[in-house]
Design a protein around this ligand. Structure first.
Ligand SMILES: [Zn+2]
Length: 64
């Protein structure tokens, strides 16, 4: 089974492997380029993590 890849910036599935010598990806939606992509199954976790961080940051902002 091939794992679906997602853009770490916008979560789009329209991400293409552009360099066959390295793991280098480009997102066709937001133009993201880089070696970091999110693999299928990881997305939920990453989104949850991002939300957690957001909450934490809001808490810190309020504390000031
Ligand atoms: Zn993107």
């Amino acid at each position: 089974m091939v794992k679906q890849k997602f853009c770490p910036q916008c979560g789009s599935k329209k991400i293409k492997w552009i360099d066959p010598n390295m793991s280098f990806w480009q997102c066709q939606k937001c133009g993201y380029r880089g070696s970091g992509v999110i693999e299928d199954g990881d997305l939920d976790k990453k989104v949850k993590e991002a939300k957690k961080m957001e909450k934490l940051q809001k808490k810190l902002m309020r504390g000031r």
